[in-house]
Design a protein around this ligand. Structure first.
Ligand code: ADP
Ligand code: ASP
Ligand code: MG
Length: 419
Protein backbone atom coordinates (compact mmCIF):
# COMPACT_ATOMS: atom_id res chain seq x y z
CA UNK A 1 0.00 0.00 0.00
CA UNK A 2 1.18 3.48 -0.81
CA UNK A 3 1.98 6.41 1.39
CA UNK A 4 0.21 9.47 0.02
CA UNK A 5 0.31 13.15 0.88
CA UNK A 6 -2.79 15.13 -0.13
CA UNK A 7 -2.77 18.90 0.17
CA UNK A 8 -5.87 21.10 0.06
CA UNK A 9 -5.61 24.86 -0.46
CA UNK A 10 -7.73 27.70 0.89
CA UNK A 11 -10.65 27.49 -1.53
CA UNK A 12 -10.80 23.72 -1.00
CA UNK A 13 -11.38 24.21 2.75
CA UNK A 14 -13.25 27.52 2.51
CA UNK A 15 -16.11 26.42 4.81
CA UNK A 16 -17.52 23.32 6.48
CA UNK A 17 -19.20 22.14 3.29
CA UNK A 18 -15.91 22.33 1.43
CA UNK A 19 -14.16 20.55 4.30
CA UNK A 20 -16.76 17.77 4.08
CA UNK A 21 -15.99 17.60 0.39
CA UNK A 22 -12.27 17.21 1.21
CA UNK A 23 -13.18 14.34 3.51
CA UNK A 24 -14.66 12.53 0.50
CA UNK A 25 -11.37 12.76 -1.37
CA UNK A 26 -9.49 11.54 1.66
CA UNK A 27 -11.84 8.63 2.29
CA UNK A 28 -11.35 7.38 -1.23
CA UNK A 29 -7.60 6.98 -0.71
CA UNK A 30 -7.99 5.52 2.79
CA UNK A 31 -10.65 3.07 1.63
CA UNK A 32 -8.25 1.97 -1.09
CA UNK A 33 -5.90 0.97 1.72
CA UNK A 34 -3.36 3.80 1.51
CA UNK A 35 -1.59 5.52 4.39
CA UNK A 36 -2.60 9.15 4.17
CA UNK A 37 -1.29 12.49 5.37
CA UNK A 38 -3.50 15.46 4.58
CA UNK A 39 -2.02 18.95 4.62
CA UNK A 40 -4.48 21.82 4.86
CA UNK A 41 -4.30 25.56 4.29
CA UNK A 42 -6.39 28.09 6.16
CA UNK A 43 -9.88 28.85 4.86
CA UNK A 44 -9.54 31.15 1.85
CA UNK A 45 -9.28 34.79 2.86
CA UNK A 46 -8.40 33.84 6.43
CA UNK A 47 -4.65 34.37 6.18
CA UNK A 48 -5.21 37.74 4.51
CA UNK A 49 -7.54 38.74 7.33
CA UNK A 50 -4.98 37.67 9.95
CA UNK A 51 -2.19 39.53 8.15
CA UNK A 52 -4.36 42.67 8.10
CA UNK A 53 -5.05 42.35 11.83
CA UNK A 54 -1.37 41.92 12.61
CA UNK A 55 -0.54 44.96 10.52
CA UNK A 56 -3.27 47.02 12.13
CA UNK A 57 -1.90 46.22 15.57
CA UNK A 58 1.25 48.04 14.54
CA UNK A 59 4.93 47.24 14.72
CA UNK A 60 6.44 45.54 17.74
CA UNK A 61 8.25 47.76 20.19
CA UNK A 62 11.60 46.11 19.57
CA UNK A 63 13.42 45.48 16.30
CA UNK A 64 11.61 44.95 13.00
CA UNK A 65 12.26 41.23 13.28
CA UNK A 66 10.31 41.00 16.51
CA UNK A 67 7.22 42.02 14.61
CA UNK A 68 7.49 38.93 12.47
CA UNK A 69 7.75 36.65 15.49
CA UNK A 70 4.29 37.79 16.55
CA UNK A 71 3.11 37.96 12.93
CA UNK A 72 3.79 34.22 12.71
CA UNK A 73 2.02 33.51 15.99
CA UNK A 74 -1.03 35.25 14.54
CA UNK A 75 -1.12 34.17 10.89
CA UNK A 76 -0.39 30.50 11.59
CA UNK A 77 -3.70 30.09 13.40
CA UNK A 78 -5.80 29.73 10.24
CA UNK A 79 -4.35 26.30 9.53
CA UNK A 80 -4.84 25.22 13.13
CA UNK A 81 -8.59 25.68 12.70
CA UNK A 82 -8.94 23.80 9.40
CA UNK A 83 -6.77 20.88 10.54
CA UNK A 84 -8.92 20.42 13.64
CA UNK A 85 -12.15 20.74 11.66
CA UNK A 86 -11.16 18.18 9.03
CA UNK A 87 -10.06 15.74 11.75
CA UNK A 88 -13.44 16.15 13.45
CA UNK A 89 -15.36 15.65 10.20
CA UNK A 90 -13.42 12.46 9.46
CA UNK A 91 -13.86 11.17 13.02
CA UNK A 92 -17.59 11.72 12.69
CA UNK A 93 -17.54 9.61 9.55
CA UNK A 94 -16.02 6.79 11.62
CA UNK A 95 -12.36 7.24 10.65
CA UNK A 96 -9.37 7.48 12.95
CA UNK A 97 -8.02 10.95 12.30
CA UNK A 98 -5.89 13.36 14.29
CA UNK A 99 -4.66 16.92 13.72
CA UNK A 100 -0.97 17.79 13.89
CA UNK A 101 0.44 21.29 14.32
CA UNK A 102 3.90 22.26 13.10
CA UNK A 103 5.49 21.92 16.56
CA UNK A 104 4.06 18.45 17.05
CA UNK A 105 5.77 16.85 14.04
CA UNK A 106 7.99 18.90 14.41
CA UNK A 107 8.50 20.86 11.20
CA UNK A 108 11.87 22.35 12.13
CA UNK A 109 12.65 25.63 10.39
CA UNK A 110 15.21 28.40 10.53
CA UNK A 111 14.36 31.61 12.33
CA UNK A 112 13.48 33.77 9.35
CA UNK A 113 10.02 34.58 10.57
CA UNK A 114 7.44 35.18 7.88
CA UNK A 115 9.49 33.32 5.27
CA UNK A 116 11.17 30.49 7.16
CA UNK A 117 12.76 27.54 5.44
CA UNK A 118 12.17 23.98 6.54
CA UNK A 119 15.37 22.41 7.84
CA UNK A 120 14.05 18.98 8.72
CA UNK A 121 10.92 16.97 9.38
CA UNK A 122 11.53 13.64 11.10
CA UNK A 123 9.80 10.60 9.63
CA UNK A 124 8.51 9.66 13.06
CA UNK A 125 6.08 9.81 14.77
CA UNK A 126 4.01 10.56 11.66
CA UNK A 127 5.13 7.56 9.61
CA UNK A 128 4.05 5.03 12.23
CA UNK A 129 0.81 6.88 12.91
CA UNK A 130 -0.36 6.71 9.30
CA UNK A 131 0.85 3.16 8.79
CA UNK A 132 -1.32 2.16 11.74
CA UNK A 133 -4.31 3.38 9.74
CA UNK A 134 -4.72 6.75 11.37
CA UNK A 135 -5.24 9.73 9.07
CA UNK A 136 -2.86 12.57 9.89
CA UNK A 137 -4.20 16.06 9.25
CA UNK A 138 -1.27 18.45 9.24
CA UNK A 139 -1.56 22.23 9.55
CA UNK A 140 0.34 23.57 6.55
CA UNK A 141 2.40 26.74 6.32
CA UNK A 142 3.75 26.55 9.88
CA UNK A 143 6.87 25.27 11.57
CA UNK A 144 8.83 25.76 14.73
CA UNK A 145 12.21 27.43 15.13
CA UNK A 146 15.20 26.33 17.18
CA UNK A 147 14.02 28.52 20.04
CA UNK A 148 10.55 27.00 20.04
CA UNK A 149 8.79 29.86 18.30
CA UNK A 150 6.11 29.30 15.65
CA UNK A 151 7.33 30.23 12.18
CA UNK A 152 5.55 30.48 8.85
CA UNK A 153 6.89 29.55 5.44
CA UNK A 154 5.84 32.52 3.31
CA UNK A 155 2.56 32.92 1.45
CA UNK A 156 1.43 29.78 -0.28
CA UNK A 157 3.65 27.80 2.10
CA UNK A 158 1.30 24.88 2.63
CA UNK A 159 2.47 23.50 -0.71
CA UNK A 160 5.96 23.36 0.76
CA UNK A 161 4.76 21.66 3.93
CA UNK A 162 3.16 18.99 1.75
CA UNK A 163 6.20 18.36 -0.42
CA UNK A 164 8.61 18.41 2.53
CA UNK A 165 6.44 15.86 4.31
CA UNK A 166 6.26 13.72 1.20
CA UNK A 167 10.06 13.72 1.07
CA UNK A 168 10.36 13.04 4.81
CA UNK A 169 8.09 10.00 4.83
CA UNK A 170 9.16 8.78 1.36
CA UNK A 171 5.64 9.16 0.01
CA UNK A 172 4.71 7.50 -3.24
CA UNK A 173 3.02 10.68 -4.38
CA UNK A 174 2.08 14.17 -3.33
CA UNK A 175 -1.23 15.44 -4.68
CA UNK A 176 -1.91 19.17 -4.51
CA UNK A 177 -5.65 19.81 -4.70
CA UNK A 178 -6.67 23.34 -5.61
CA UNK A 179 -9.36 25.27 -7.47
CA UNK A 180 -8.00 24.57 -10.96
CA UNK A 181 -7.69 21.11 -12.47
CA UNK A 182 -3.98 21.41 -13.16
CA UNK A 183 -1.19 23.69 -14.24
CA UNK A 184 -2.20 25.80 -17.24
CA UNK A 185 -0.28 27.40 -20.08
CA UNK A 186 -1.14 30.71 -18.42
CA UNK A 187 -3.26 31.83 -15.49
CA UNK A 188 -6.74 30.61 -16.52
CA UNK A 189 -8.22 33.70 -14.89
CA UNK A 190 -6.61 35.84 -17.56
CA UNK A 191 -7.65 34.05 -20.73
CA UNK A 192 -10.10 31.34 -21.62
CA UNK A 193 -7.55 30.19 -24.17
CA UNK A 194 -5.35 28.79 -21.37
CA UNK A 195 -4.88 25.04 -21.65
CA UNK A 196 -4.18 22.43 -18.99
CA UNK A 197 -0.73 20.91 -19.33
CA UNK A 198 -0.57 17.11 -18.87
CA UNK A 199 3.07 16.98 -17.84
CA UNK A 200 5.52 19.72 -17.05
CA UNK A 201 9.15 19.43 -16.05
CA UNK A 202 10.32 20.36 -12.55
CA UNK A 203 12.60 22.92 -14.14
CA UNK A 204 9.82 24.70 -16.01
CA UNK A 205 7.46 24.55 -13.05
CA UNK A 206 10.19 26.03 -10.89
CA UNK A 207 10.60 28.97 -13.27
CA UNK A 208 6.84 29.42 -13.53
CA UNK A 209 6.45 29.48 -9.77
CA UNK A 210 9.39 31.77 -9.23
CA UNK A 211 8.17 34.33 -11.75
CA UNK A 212 4.76 34.43 -10.14
CA UNK A 213 2.40 31.57 -11.11
CA UNK A 214 0.69 31.18 -7.76
CA UNK A 215 -0.42 27.62 -8.36
CA UNK A 216 2.60 26.18 -6.45
CA UNK A 217 4.96 27.87 -4.02
CA UNK A 218 8.47 28.04 -5.51
CA UNK A 219 10.12 26.32 -2.58
CA UNK A 220 7.76 23.36 -2.92
CA UNK A 221 8.91 22.77 -6.49
CA UNK A 222 12.55 23.11 -5.47
CA UNK A 223 12.06 20.45 -2.82
CA UNK A 224 10.11 18.18 -5.16
CA UNK A 225 12.94 18.39 -7.67
CA UNK A 226 15.66 17.81 -5.09
CA UNK A 227 13.95 14.82 -3.48
CA UNK A 228 12.26 13.45 -6.56
CA UNK A 229 8.80 13.79 -5.13
CA UNK A 230 6.07 12.67 -7.51
CA UNK A 231 4.00 15.84 -7.63
CA UNK A 232 0.55 16.32 -9.13
CA UNK A 233 -1.80 19.33 -9.25
CA UNK A 234 -5.50 18.58 -9.45
CA UNK A 235 -8.88 20.01 -8.55
CA UNK A 236 -10.94 19.49 -5.40
CA UNK A 237 -13.90 20.77 -7.42
CA UNK A 238 -13.93 17.62 -9.55
CA UNK A 239 -16.14 14.73 -8.39
CA UNK A 240 -14.33 13.05 -5.44
CA UNK A 241 -14.83 9.59 -6.93
CA UNK A 242 -13.49 10.59 -10.34
CA UNK A 243 -10.99 13.45 -10.19
CA UNK A 244 -9.33 14.49 -13.44
CA UNK A 245 -5.79 13.50 -14.24
CA UNK A 246 -4.44 16.95 -13.38
CA UNK A 247 -0.87 17.93 -14.18
CA UNK A 248 2.11 15.78 -13.32
CA UNK A 249 5.34 17.57 -12.50
CA UNK A 250 8.18 15.27 -13.48
CA UNK A 251 11.61 14.95 -15.07
CA UNK A 252 12.05 16.43 -18.51
CA UNK A 253 12.86 12.98 -19.95
CA UNK A 254 9.37 11.77 -19.07
CA UNK A 255 7.77 14.31 -21.39
CA UNK A 256 7.29 13.10 -24.93
CA UNK A 257 6.01 16.17 -26.71
CA UNK A 258 8.08 19.11 -25.63
CA UNK A 259 7.01 22.62 -26.60
CA UNK A 260 9.51 25.39 -27.21
CA UNK A 261 7.48 27.68 -24.98
CA UNK A 262 5.33 25.90 -22.39
CA UNK A 263 3.80 28.81 -20.52
CA UNK A 264 3.28 32.56 -20.29
CA UNK A 265 3.24 33.80 -16.73
CA UNK A 266 2.11 37.24 -15.59
CA UNK A 267 3.02 38.71 -12.22
CA UNK A 268 1.13 41.77 -11.08
CA UNK A 269 2.49 42.16 -7.57
CA UNK A 270 5.66 43.78 -8.86
CA UNK A 271 7.05 47.19 -8.04
CA UNK A 272 9.98 49.17 -9.38
CA UNK A 273 12.39 51.59 -7.75
CA UNK A 274 14.70 53.80 -9.77
CA UNK A 275 17.59 55.61 -8.14
CA UNK A 276 18.68 58.48 -10.33
CA UNK A 277 22.19 59.89 -10.55
CA UNK A 278 23.91 57.33 -8.34
CA UNK A 279 27.64 58.12 -8.23
CA UNK A 280 29.23 55.79 -10.76
CA UNK A 281 32.01 54.27 -8.73
CA UNK A 282 32.84 50.81 -7.35
CA UNK A 283 30.82 49.77 -4.31
CA UNK A 284 27.63 51.78 -4.90
CA UNK A 285 25.57 48.85 -6.19
CA UNK A 286 26.99 46.67 -3.43
CA UNK A 287 25.82 49.20 -0.85
CA UNK A 288 22.29 49.40 -2.26
CA UNK A 289 21.72 45.70 -2.62
CA UNK A 290 23.37 44.71 0.66
CA UNK A 291 21.08 47.13 2.43
CA UNK A 292 18.06 45.45 0.84
CA UNK A 293 19.35 41.91 1.30
CA UNK A 294 19.98 42.54 5.00
CA UNK A 295 16.35 43.54 5.29
CA UNK A 296 15.31 40.29 3.61
CA UNK A 297 14.06 42.09 0.50
CA UNK A 298 14.47 40.05 -2.66
CA UNK A 299 15.44 42.12 -5.66
CA UNK A 300 14.65 40.79 -9.10
CA UNK A 301 15.32 42.63 -12.38
CA UNK A 302 18.19 45.10 -12.20
CA UNK A 303 19.08 47.62 -14.88
CA UNK A 304 21.90 50.13 -14.74
CA UNK A 305 22.07 52.87 -17.37
CA UNK A 306 24.12 56.03 -17.81
CA UNK A 307 22.68 59.13 -16.19
CA UNK A 308 22.51 62.56 -17.79
CA UNK A 309 24.77 63.74 -14.99
CA UNK A 310 28.38 63.01 -15.81
CA UNK A 311 30.00 60.44 -13.53
CA UNK A 312 26.64 59.07 -12.44
CA UNK A 313 24.33 56.18 -13.34
CA UNK A 314 20.66 55.36 -12.92
CA UNK A 315 19.88 52.05 -11.27
CA UNK A 316 16.41 50.56 -11.41
CA UNK A 317 15.26 47.29 -9.95
CA UNK A 318 12.09 45.39 -9.08
CA UNK A 319 10.77 43.62 -6.01
CA UNK A 320 7.38 42.40 -4.85
CA UNK A 321 4.92 45.15 -4.11
CA UNK A 322 4.71 44.06 -0.48
CA UNK A 323 8.36 45.02 0.03
CA UNK A 324 8.19 48.38 -1.76
CA UNK A 325 7.46 50.68 1.19
CA UNK A 326 10.12 49.08 3.34
CA UNK A 327 12.68 49.35 0.54
CA UNK A 328 11.82 53.01 -0.07
CA UNK A 329 12.16 53.75 3.64
CA UNK A 330 15.57 52.06 3.89
CA UNK A 331 16.91 53.74 0.77
CA UNK A 332 15.62 57.14 1.83
CA UNK A 333 17.27 56.91 5.24
CA UNK A 334 20.54 55.95 3.54
CA UNK A 335 20.30 58.54 0.75
CA UNK A 336 23.49 60.36 1.73
CA UNK A 337 25.48 57.18 2.29
CA UNK A 338 24.43 55.70 -1.05
CA UNK A 339 24.75 58.98 -2.91
CA UNK A 340 21.86 59.42 -5.36
CA UNK A 341 19.79 62.42 -6.32
CA UNK A 342 16.22 61.13 -6.69
CA UNK A 343 14.23 58.01 -5.83
CA UNK A 344 11.27 57.10 -8.04
CA UNK A 345 8.86 54.32 -7.21
CA UNK A 346 6.28 52.66 -9.43
CA UNK A 347 3.48 50.27 -8.45
CA UNK A 348 1.99 50.09 -11.90
CA UNK A 349 4.29 47.54 -13.42
CA UNK A 350 3.82 43.89 -14.33
CA UNK A 351 6.31 41.21 -15.19
CA UNK A 352 5.43 38.92 -18.08
CA UNK A 353 7.54 35.80 -18.52
CA UNK A 354 7.66 33.15 -21.20
CA UNK A 355 9.03 29.79 -20.10
CA UNK A 356 10.12 26.68 -21.92
CA UNK A 357 12.98 24.18 -21.84
CA UNK A 358 12.89 24.30 -25.65
CA UNK A 359 14.59 27.70 -25.45
CA UNK A 360 17.85 25.96 -24.66
CA UNK A 361 18.03 24.69 -28.21
CA UNK A 362 15.86 27.12 -30.21
CA UNK A 363 16.72 30.67 -31.17
CA UNK A 364 14.20 33.42 -31.77
CA UNK A 365 11.97 33.15 -28.71
CA UNK A 366 13.08 36.54 -27.37
CA UNK A 367 12.77 38.31 -30.71
CA UNK A 368 9.21 37.01 -31.14
CA UNK A 369 8.36 38.30 -27.69
CA UNK A 370 9.76 41.76 -28.33
CA UNK A 371 8.13 41.96 -31.74
CA UNK A 372 4.68 40.96 -30.48
CA UNK A 373 4.86 43.55 -27.72
CA UNK A 374 6.12 46.23 -30.09
CA UNK A 375 3.27 45.56 -32.53
CA UNK A 376 0.85 46.27 -29.70
CA UNK A 377 2.66 49.44 -28.68
CA UNK A 378 3.74 47.97 -25.35
CA UNK A 379 6.95 49.47 -24.02
CA UNK A 380 9.49 47.20 -22.32
CA UNK A 381 11.01 48.75 -19.20
CA UNK A 382 13.33 45.95 -18.00
CA UNK A 383 14.38 42.57 -19.34
CA UNK A 384 15.83 39.53 -17.58
CA UNK A 385 16.56 36.06 -18.84
CA UNK A 386 17.57 32.60 -17.72
CA UNK A 387 18.34 29.56 -19.82
CA UNK A 388 14.65 28.67 -20.08
CA UNK A 389 12.88 31.98 -19.39
CA UNK A 390 12.56 35.54 -20.66
CA UNK A 391 10.87 38.16 -18.51
CA UNK A 392 9.93 41.70 -19.36
CA UNK A 393 8.62 44.48 -17.19
CA UNK A 394 5.75 46.49 -18.68
CA UNK A 395 3.06 48.94 -17.60
CA UNK A 396 0.54 46.83 -15.67
CA UNK A 397 -2.30 48.28 -17.72
CA UNK A 398 -1.18 46.08 -20.63
CA UNK A 399 -0.92 42.80 -18.71
CA UNK A 400 -3.90 41.03 -20.25
CA UNK A 401 -3.20 42.29 -23.73
CA UNK A 402 0.42 41.11 -23.51
CA UNK A 403 -0.46 37.70 -22.06
CA UNK A 404 -3.13 37.00 -24.66
CA UNK A 405 -0.94 38.11 -27.55
CA UNK A 406 2.07 36.08 -26.43
CA UNK A 407 -0.03 33.03 -25.58
CA UNK A 408 -1.32 33.05 -29.13
CA UNK A 409 2.02 33.85 -30.75
CA UNK A 410 3.72 30.83 -29.20
CA UNK A 411 0.93 28.52 -30.32
CA UNK A 412 -0.47 27.91 -26.85
CA UNK A 413 -4.09 28.92 -27.53
CA UNK A 414 -6.70 26.18 -27.36
CA UNK A 415 -7.66 26.98 -30.90
CA UNK A 416 -4.12 26.22 -32.06
CA UNK A 417 -3.80 22.89 -30.32
CA UNK A 418 -4.58 19.50 -31.78
CA UNK A 419 -6.95 18.75 -28.88
P1 ADP B 1 -4.65 27.21 -3.19
O1 ADP B 1 -5.44 28.08 -2.29
O2 ADP B 1 -5.34 25.91 -3.51
O3 ADP B 1 -3.23 27.02 -2.76
P2 ADP B 1 -3.78 29.17 -5.12
O4 ADP B 1 -4.69 30.35 -5.25
O5 ADP B 1 -2.56 29.35 -4.30
O6 ADP B 1 -4.64 27.95 -4.60
O7 ADP B 1 -3.34 28.64 -6.57
C1 ADP B 1 -4.32 28.34 -7.53
C2 ADP B 1 -4.53 29.52 -8.46
O8 ADP B 1 -3.32 29.75 -9.18
C3 ADP B 1 -5.55 29.32 -9.53
O9 ADP B 1 -6.85 29.67 -9.09
C4 ADP B 1 -5.07 30.19 -10.68
O10 ADP B 1 -5.82 31.37 -10.83
C5 ADP B 1 -3.66 30.56 -10.29
N1 ADP B 1 -2.70 30.32 -11.36
C6 ADP B 1 -1.77 31.20 -11.79
N2 ADP B 1 -1.08 30.72 -12.81
C7 ADP B 1 -1.56 29.49 -13.06
C8 ADP B 1 -1.24 28.47 -14.01
N3 ADP B 1 -0.29 28.64 -14.90
N4 ADP B 1 -1.94 27.32 -13.96
C9 ADP B 1 -2.90 27.13 -13.06
N5 ADP B 1 -3.25 28.04 -12.13
C10 ADP B 1 -2.60 29.22 -12.14
N1 ASP C 1 -2.68 30.05 4.27
C1 ASP C 1 -1.37 30.43 3.76
C2 ASP C 1 -1.50 31.52 2.73
O1 ASP C 1 -2.61 31.96 2.44
C3 ASP C 1 -0.61 29.27 3.23
C4 ASP C 1 -1.22 28.60 2.01
O2 ASP C 1 -2.38 28.80 1.68
O3 ASP C 1 -0.51 27.82 1.39
O4 ASP C 1 -0.51 31.99 2.25
MG1 MG D 1 -1.51 28.20 -2.89
Amino acid sequence: MARIVMKFGGTSVADLDRIRNVARFVRREVDDGHSVIVVVSAMSGQTNALVALAEEAGPAAAALDARYVEYDAIVSTGEQVTSGLLALVLQNLGYRARSWQGWQLPTETDQRHGRARILRIPEEPLGSAIDSGEIAIVAGFQGVSENSRITTLGRGGSDTTAVALAAAIHADRCDIYTDVDGVYTTDPRITKQARRIDRISYEEMLEMASVGAKVLQTRSVELAMAYNVRLRVLSSFDPPDAPGQGTIICDEEEIVEQQIVSAVTPALDEAKISLLAVRDEPGRAAKIFTLLADANINVDMIVQSPSRDPGAANISFTMTEADLDRAVELLTVQKEAIGYSTLQKDHNVAKISVIGVGMKSHAGVASTMFQILAERGINIQNISTSEIKISVLIDSEYTELAVRALHQAYGLDKANSAA
